[in-house]
Design a protein around this ligand. Sequence first.
Ligand code: ZN
Ligand code: ZN
Ligand code: FE
Length: 761
Amino acid sequence: MPKPITNSKQNYLIKISGLVQGVGFRPFIYRLAEEFGLTGWVENRNDGVLIKVSSANSTISQFIESIKSQAPLASNIYSITVNKAETEEFKNFYIKKSTNVSNHVTEISPDIAVCDECLYDMKHQKHRIDYPFINCTNCGPRFTIIKSLPYDRQKTTMHEFNMCEICEAEYKTITNRRFHAQPVACNHCGPVYSFTNSTIKTSDLNLILEHLKEGIEKGKFFAIKGLGGFHLMCDALNNIAVSELRNLKKRDGKPFAVMFKNITELKKYAVINKVEEKLLNSWRRPIVLLQKKEYLAYEVCNGLTNIGAMLPYMPFHYLLFERLKTPAIVLTSGNFSDEPILISNNKALESFNNKVNGIITYNRKIFNRTDDSVTMVINNIPRILRRSRGYTPHPIRTNLNVESILAVGAELVNSFAIGKGNQAILSQYIGDLKNFETYEFYKETYHRFSKLFKFRPEIVACDLHPDYLSSQFAELLLIENKNLKIVKVQHHHAHIASVMLDNNLDEKIIGVSFDGIGLGTDNHIWGGEFLVTDLLDFERYSHFDYIPMPGGDKATKEPWRMAFSYLYSAFGDDVFNLPLPLFEKIKKKNITSIKKMIDNKINAPLTSSAGRLFDAITGILGINLFSSFHAEAPMRLESIIKNKINSYYDFEFVNETISFSETIRQIVIDVENRKSNSEIAAKFHNTINRVIITKVNEISKQTGIKKVVLSGGTFQNKYITSKIETALAKENLKVYVPHSIPVNDQGIAIGQLAIASKKKI
Ligand code: ZN
Ligand code: ZN
Ligand code: FE
């Protein structure tokens, strides 16, 4: 009888690329091979993982399927290739010592929230009872502690700690969950926390937790070192504590992020759906913006209806909640005004001393600073608003060749990006470069990325705006390196291109780019733009009508200025007779002074910005005459919408521009008729969506293009975005949504990268 084919053994080489190092991949392959009874080996390469197995034909496909379906949580397989290989006899399956094969860099894992198995171990492993730095190959710090590659303990900030015998044995045992877990440590050998205030200094964990519990219950607040930087912390249910914390932070009414003990507690305070729950529980543990219920301290959200919620992600968070009575603590970034989040113990002791009731640090250094990432779910799709911890430095794959391109980003919500082959690597969220310390952080991070990813730019892409510090940084690089080529990219083109890269779109599409501010090719300030664009070039098809922005940048902080500008343009000199809160609350002389600016065209640059139109409406309604943080006005306007209202205001298309004069007049009539602000806000939002749908349909009919991208800060507005995506889809248009990048200016660098990759040829 002939032997069945399935019994014949064959050798295979399996090459896996993607995020497969530092995430427990080799032990996983080892266990899987044992399970399947395969012999051979697995090896870490610079460009991924290589496996050689001797297997029956029928088994190999099942083996591959299991790799795909059971891969470690934080791993991310990009490709698997299987080839038949020379026959070789193996006695068993083993893990080979690593060899470097090329200059390719493998991916670096983002930081991973502590896993359930480690939480279990924290209560059962003798040497790790309550150990606040417990981790394994499936969890723990990664990007924040790594200095260079390959990922190895000596190249992380864990190099200062010598493993004890027990840890070392675990580290060396293939079947152990801590096999090659670089930050492995225990109560005998690892980092420790310490607590400092004017009277107490201790490294006793029990005492630290007791001090914290007592302090938080008494309404005190503390600075505490997190995974990527310091946080400021207090009871989220104690209004006095929260408002004192707000005073300490010196700025703004920006909402504070809140960490909840667990999902059950969180559900008492916020409305969540399944997608949001999954996102909250994911190993990335981002902040998720949720619709709040009523009970938290008012000062946490400061009148807004969203709450930025997250779940514990460090072992210490769990240990703390075990003791606390409160189910929710404010955990906001430890910095003052617009500075970057603090990471150094000394600086924290210096800055927070006498300002907080205690500083909790630990003696493992943070090398790469990361803020908590911020996300939101719209139409059941997770969107990233701030990309940092848990996401950085995970690359975005593209069909474009972005090799050796540096994109320096925008200015206000900055990140830069570097290109490695077909990978676009976005830096962590950096912040507002106009702040001195933030710009220092930017430069430092660029140098660290260059070293970490062995990156040297040949092309640098920057914004058209010559005053952006990022553009000036590009010019400096140009002076240092005469061979460097520079590509200048229009801001809104970059916004659209970023989402195109994220979706691997490389063709002519319709781009709707609405945001606060971006320099246009005509030297005016753009921000309400309809583009017909590909990655190489764009045509400005239509835009919001130009309106003076009296006082320039000042208008972005004082929405009453845009309110007046829009009103003046709609009503002329009759404006002063309008019964609006603006004219009661703002001094007459201030109003006449900006009227003069507009009349004389002095310090009143023209803008087509959507963000400024939202500002104007909040100013007209008297909701927000002054802003204390970026995008406050549109956030407040959106948050007052309550009822389902489908009506909208009129607007006009005049040549290639869109005029809102009629909208403004009708809003004033509604105010005069004592319609509620909530209703007016809803009608205004509907108007914006009506403009988009009408215009996009018109462009689609004229050009035959059916693909649409919406990008720019305005599309962080859930009301606008959820409705417009649905409405456009109903018109048989295909809307592309960003999955891995923010639609705000943090994503600009990715758009610049895409455009530069096209322009270089
Ligand atoms: Zn773990
Ligand atoms: Zn140990
Ligand atoms: Fe922008």
